[in-house]
Ligand binder design. Structure first.
Ligand code: NAI
Length: 306
């Protein structure tokens, strides 16, 4: 399988590293900065020699080298700086992502797009609109990362392995995300039996601010190891046709009461990309939170359409 990675910055290069080391695909790493993707590709190739893996990775400044990719991961764009809101990134990144997808769509007729660039739900919308592919083939990465952050904080609080924690975070990738506490269990036991309501709320709050917490610590960029691992999880589910149930941002056409918008919901990921949207019965409160989150994404799409 061929994986095209657009943007060889922190997230893109790390996705390329994970993908190459998995041995599951050949990788082409693209960026506009001259020499940079080539240098990182060579570095990643040399790491495979240490591991003794036979793998292929090429760095390029020519989008045509991504032709016939089976999966395209889009990470190109500007990263959020301290104090910068996701919305501020909107216009600049829509132009970058739209321009790239416009060039890739004709040369990657089979590709499944995984969109990472923020504001991710909106960039996924732009990717779908410009590529003109079926909605099964454009999937945004957000929910896996948000769920992993929630799991991490629960694991730290309880001193238990994240392996034993199940959770689900719905909604847009941002302050309007909807961590579903009701579906959060530790070894099958509801989180509410392990922690007080106050502590749960504190962890939910920290999860919502999870990206900002790392931005403020790093001062020079945003998180990329967990984002790249989350993205690779999606790549793997598609390549291996795993049919995993994972929270991802997909185009909603009536599901969860939302239409013509991307938002994070549980989906089945397999070789077709989005194979199924898993519809959960939400409580009144969860439905309202999800609708607010949808409205946030929609308002950014409106700004773009103006
Ligand atoms: P970065 O700044 O390290 O990398 C971005 C790369 O895009 C740079 O190398 C830059 O040269 C490249 N680029 C810019 N314009 C381009 C163009 N027209 N064509 C090709 N490449 C271009 O940023 P990082 O940390 O890798 O983040 C990438 C994006 O992913 C950001 O928008 C960030 O906000 C987003 N992100 C999303 C997450 C999510 O959960 N959906 C999580 C983490 C990051």
């Amino acid at each position: 399988k061929k994986l095209g990675v657009v943007g060889a910055g922190n997230v893109g290069a790390t996705v390329a590293l994970f993908a190459v080391n998995s041995g599951l695909c050949d990788v082409v790493l693209y960026d506009i900065v001259e020499g940079m993707p080539q240098g990182k590709a060579l570095d990643i190739l040399q790491n495979t020699a240490v591991l003794g893996i036979k793998a292929s990775i090429t760095g390029t400044n020519n989008l045509n080298e991504l032709a016939d990719s089976d999966i395209v991961v889009i990470t190109a764009g500007l990263a959020r700086k301290p104090g910068m809101r996701r919305k501020d990134l909107l216009m600049a990144n829509a132009e970058i992502v739209g321009g790239i997808v416009n060039k890739l769509a004709p040369i990657c007729p089979q590709a499944i797009y995984i969109v990472v660039t923020n504001p991710m739900d909106v960039m996924a919308y732009v990717t779908l609109a410009i590529s003109g592919v079926q909605r099964q083939r454009v999937i945004g990465m957000g929910g896996i990362l948000d769920s992993s952050r929630f799991k991490t904080f629960i694991s730290m609080e309880l001193g238990v392995s994240p392996q034993d924690i199940e959770t689900l975070v719905l909604g847009g990738h941002g302050l309007y995300m909807v961590p579903l506490v009701r579906f959060t269990t530790v070894k099958g036991i509801p989180l509410s039996k392990w922690l007080s309501q106050d502590r749960i709320e504190a962890l939910v709050h920290r999860t919502r601010e999870g990206g900002a917490e790392i931005v403020s610590l790093l001062k020079t960029g945003s998180a990329y190891y967990a984002p790249a691992q989350s993205t690779f999880e999606m790549v793997k589910a598609i390549i291996l046709d795993e049919k995993r149930v994972l929270p991802c941002s997909v185009y909603l056409d009536g599901e969860y009461g939302a239409k013509d918008v991307f938002n994070g919901v549980p989906v089945v990921l397999g070789k077709q990309g989005l194979e199924k949207i898993v519809e959960l019965e939400l409580t009144e409160e969860e439905r309202t939170a999800f609708a607010n989150s949808t409205e946030e994404v929609r308002s950014m799409i409106r700004i773009l359409k103006e």
